[in-house]
Write a protein that binds this ligand. Structure first.
Ligand code: BGP
Length: 478
């Protein structure tokens, strides 16, 4: 008897820009990620004005799923996936973003993709905006600083819902809409909102302005989707990294409470339909102009989501006074993040904490009382191909096994209503934060390196067969 429901959605997750390639095919326009150069661990990716001659852009060809999707989907079917999470690249549908009519070639590509998935018994789970804002909307309109983007996104959402509502039941509006709360990392505001801060900007004021427009856009999209097809399940999607206090010192506990608001803010609005008092207080105290117009609050209240999707990779720790700590030794997301002495970190400084996933599931279930969907979880590591051509990725299997065990406990003991689990990077793809291929997540290896060299050959890793048995046993045989 499985702890998971019979209709539990075991799947895998990717994002258009990180694996499709075909960045200029089928009428697609440039997106904000198409001008991101490759970086590396500790070396930020650069945002170029447009596509520069001679520069290497890892997302341009990625792993060429655009031309290979039938082959890849047959591998997904062999694993027994029940669902497959990806995104619709906004600039395939509206190349510039402000057109009135969509690009039929782009629509056709996703029709063919969804048909191939459904023919293989795999449900598409779709993110509308996964860091793929049309570049033109960033350059000409200033991204989501500009309220016009609310209507451009609503138009994009309407076209997608009308075209695909009979093929896609589960949707999310914006991927990791909350990672931009960390305004120290230029990548997040750029890929979420098409914004680059200037010297004159107050980062938090800009953040809350773009947030208001994106939250309006998300709420409008939910209302439009439910009007087109009431059976659609439209979710929010946030990055959840639980914040632990470094000690029982009340100052550390309060520091964790305040830092946690950076994780909860967007979901608070998308689930509850109004701004939390801690945010409104900050705007008043700091004098932020957030541009809330007549009727906006009604839109937010009418556009709340059906479920909460989230990514989980790691946990973090904050200290009230971290001035004497090595805060840059881990990727913690806060200026006062410090290493957790009770857990190990990956090669990229992400702290491995399966119990943190159970803690997250219980926390989100109790805060929002909505179904939850783990739409990203995975372990980025360097994979080696052995002499005999096999790829043993035991550390990845160990990581995933421990996190599935934590999921099972959350369902069995904490009463969490869990829709499904789509591990991130089911097939190797381009890392978002570094643009690398060597930070591999896949159960399927792709022969491509950080310089874009390789045959693009697909090869099953040890985790491929392991995950197949996990799905076949509905999460019992780990
Ligand atoms: C999340 C994104 C994904 C994916 C993941 C792994 O932020 O939603 O797009 O990239 O992180 O991060 P990375 O690729 O940087 O290892």
């Amino acid at each position: 008897m499985s702890r998971f429901s019979d209709d539990f959605l075991w799947g895998g997750a990717v994002a258009a820009h990180q694996f499709e390639g075909g960045y200029d095919q089928g009428g697609k326009g440039l997106s904000v990620v198409d001008v991101l150069t490759a970086g590396a661990h500790g070396t930020p990716r650069r945002i170029t004005e447009t596509v520069e001659e001679g520069e290497y852009y890892p997302n341009h060809e990625a792993i060429d799923f655009y031309h290979r999707y039938e082959e890849d989907i047959s591998l997904f079917a062999e694993m027994g996936l029940k669902c497959f999470r990806t995104s619709i690249a906004w600039s395939r549908i509206f190349p510039l973003g402000d057109e009135h009519e969509p690009n039929e070639e782009g629509l056709r590509f996703y029709d063919d993709l969804f048909d191939e998935l459904l023919a293989n018994g795999i449900q598409p789970v779709i993110t509308l905006s996964h860091f793929e804002l049309p570049l033109h909307l960033a350059r000409e309109y200033g991204g989501f600083r500009n309220r016009k983007l609310v209507d451009f996104f609503a138009r994009f959402a309407r076209v997608c819902f009308e075209r695909y509502h009979s093929k896609v039941r589960y949707w999310m509006t914006f991927n990791e809409i909350n990672n931009q709360m960390d305004t120290r990392n230029h990548l997040f505001l750029w890929t979420n909102s098409g914004v680059v801060l200037t010297e004159e900007d107050d980062p938090r004021e800009v953040l809350f302005q773009v947030a208001h427009h994106e939250l309006l856009a998300s709420a409008q999209a939910v209302a439009i989707g439910k009007e087109i097809d009431p059976d659609l399940q439209i979710g929010a999607m946030v990055s959840h990294v639980p914040v632990y206090p470094y000690s029982c010192d009340p100052a550390d506990v309060m520091a964790a409470q305040i830092a946690s608001r950076e994780r909860f803010f967007f979901a608070d609005v998308q689930v509850r339909g109004h701004y939390p008092p801690y945010a409104v207080k900050e705007w008043e105290r700091e004098g932020y102009r957030v541009g809330i117009e007549e009727g906006d609050e009604e839109i937010l209240a009418a556009g709340t989501v059906d479920y909460l999707g989230f990514s989980y990779y790691m946990s973090t720790v904050v200290k009230a006074d971290a001035s004497n700590d090595a805060t840059d030794s881990v990727d913690g997301g806060f200026a006062n993040s410090v290493p957790n002495p009770y857990v190990k970190a990956s090669d990229w400084g992400w702290q491995i904490d399966p119990t943190g996933l159970r803690f997250t599931l219980a926390t989100l279930a109790e805060r929002y009382e909505l179904p939850l969907f783990i739409v990203e979880n995975g372990f980025g590591m360097v994979d080696e191909i052995a002499e005999d051509g096999t790829i043993s990725d035991a550390p990845r299997i160990d990581y995933l096994r421990a996190h599935i065990e934590a999921m099972r406990d959350a369902v069995e003991y904490d009463g969490v209503d869990l829709i499904g689990y789509t591990p991130w990077g089911i097939i190797d793809l381009v890392s978002f934060t570094t643009g690398e291929m060597k930070k591999r997540y896949g159960f399927i290896h792709v022969d491509r390196d950080n310089a874009g060299e390789g045959t693009l050959e697909r090869r099953r890793k040890e985790s491929f067969e392991w995950y197949r048995t996990v799905i076949a046993s509905n999460g019992e045989n780990l």
